[in-house]
Design a protein around this ligand. Structure first.
Ligand code: DSN
Length: 426
């Protein structure tokens, strides 16, 4: 219990919200009790600037072992040569790679935000976009989700990017990494993949691993499908050189360049409680049960997408290959994503409004809502439960202005959810 009753009330209210509703935001998940315990552990008291066996503070006999454990587990999970587990989240992980490899003004080719890319892939509102020159590629066909690889190659030949970035935060299909790699190799670009959304699917063996196609760097968050604490990580090929000598900018030196870019380049002390929790989560993701989880996430998403489409909803790319889907609520029901998000919230179903490709509506009331299955799968939902979920989504959206109806659905959601405990309850 917290001493401050106001803060305890807020914590209780959030516990209740998470128990009684269903989390459908595809970038969220429910962590295990062990991950929560690690986050709330005394490692939060410790400063550990530097890396294992090269710290600027004493008392590192335990932190060094924890961080080394997390690094080795991450390398094994993703078939990486090197892992930096210190990034505080995904945005600093991406910035650290840019800063390790680029000079101001250099060019990066990345996916357009409205076609599924992320803010940190060059959205004009970010600091990186002021420092570097971002060029965007898009889908060629929004009905199938096929990326315009010919257009991407033309852009690469014309602009000679230093980085080609594959990755997304709202793209429901699998990328063709071999095509990215062929284009990147032709122009001598660093091949970087931002796998924040699908890291757990890669670890669980149900999504392709960009390293198998010649990529040099993967960035990710650790809290989405990977089901760890909020945080980031950079995985690389290459070899760690002399940490005291400024390395030349070669692909072989990427591990050293990245390490120096994170610390001391842009972060100070790593959050060791968080790194302990990452170590726990990577260990959990190495277990056979995690493979089953990852498989179930994808089967559930596929089932949910198909039922929603059968119920007349328009999905961007007409389905999904991964854990997420994007409903065009403007075309489906002539409402905007903000109205949809609010209605679903009232029914106890948490989603987020999202732009659709080349959206004509603004980001605060875009045409879509994004949803996914990582969290409900953690609670034990199987494909046979997707029909019920799809009916609630569909009924809530169709009755978005009927509070009585939404409240009825919320009670049904609450009753049903009570059969599916959070992992931290058990
Ligand atoms: N905010 C994350 C997401 O929801 O996809 C990306 O950073």
């Amino acid at each position: 219990m917290l001493n401050n009753s106001y803060l305890q009330e807020l914590l209780d209210a959030e516990q209740k919200r998470q128990h009684e509703g269903l989390e459908l935001i595809p970038s969220e998940n429910y962590v295990s009790k062990d991950v929560l315990n690690a986050l709330g552990s005394v490692f939060t008291n410790k400063y550990s600037e530097g890396y294992p066996n090269r710290r600027y503070y004493g008392g590192q006999q335990n932190t060094d072992k924890v961080e080394s454990f997390a690094i080795e587990k991450a390398k094994l999970l993703f078939r990486a040569d090197h892992a930096n587990v210190q990034p505080h989240s995904g945005a600093p992980a991406n910035e650290a790679v840019y800063s390790a490899w680029l000079e101001p003004g250099d060019t990066v080719i990345a996916m357009d935000l409205s076609h599924g890319g992320h803010l940190t892939h060059g959205s004009p509102v970010t600091r990186s976009a002021h420092l570097y020159n971002f060029i965007r590629y898009k889908m060629k066909n929004v009905e199938t989700g096929e990326i315009d690889y010919d257009g991407l190659r033309e852009l690469a030949l014309k602009h000679k990017p230093k980085i080609i970035l594959a990755g997304f935060s709202c793209y429901p299909r699998e990328l063709d990494y071999a095509k990215f790699a062929a284009i990147g190799n032709e122009v001598g670009a660093l091949l970087m993949a931002d796998m924040a959304h699908i890291a757990g699917l890669i670890a669980g063996g149900v999504a392709k691993n960009p390293f198998d196609y010649g990529f040099h760097v993967i960035t990710t968050t650790t809290h989405k499908t990977l089901r760890g604490p909020r945080g980031g990580m950079i995985l690389t090929k290459g070899h760690v050189g002399n940490p005291l000598k400024a390395p030349e900018k070669t692909i072989e030196n990427i591990p050293t360049l990245v390490d120096r870019s994170i610390f001391p380049g842009m972060q100070g002390g790593p959050h060791m409680n968080n790194i302990l929790a990452k170590a726990v989560a990577f260990d959990e993701a190495s277990q056979p049960a995690f493979k089953e989880y990852a498989k179930q996430v994808v089967s559930n998403a596929n089932a949910l997408a198909n039922i929603l489409m059968k119920n007349g909803f328009k999905l961007i790319t007409n389905g999904t290959d991964n854990h997420l889907m994007l409903i065009d609520v403007k075309e489906s029901l002539d409402i905007d994503g903000s109205v949809a998000e609010k209605a679903l919230d009232k029914a106890g179903l948490t989603t987020n409004k999202n732009v659709i490709p080349d959206d004509k509506l603004p980001p605060f009331r875009p045409s879509g809502i994004r949803l996914g299955t990582p969290a409900v799968t953690t609670r034990g939902f199987k494909t046979e439960h997707m029909e019920k979920l799809a009916t609630w989504i569909s009924e809530s959206l169709k009755n978005h202005d009927d509070d009585k109806k939404l409240d009825k659905i919320r009670i049904q959601v609450k009753e049903f959810s009570s059969n599916f405990p959070l992992p931290s309850d058990t």
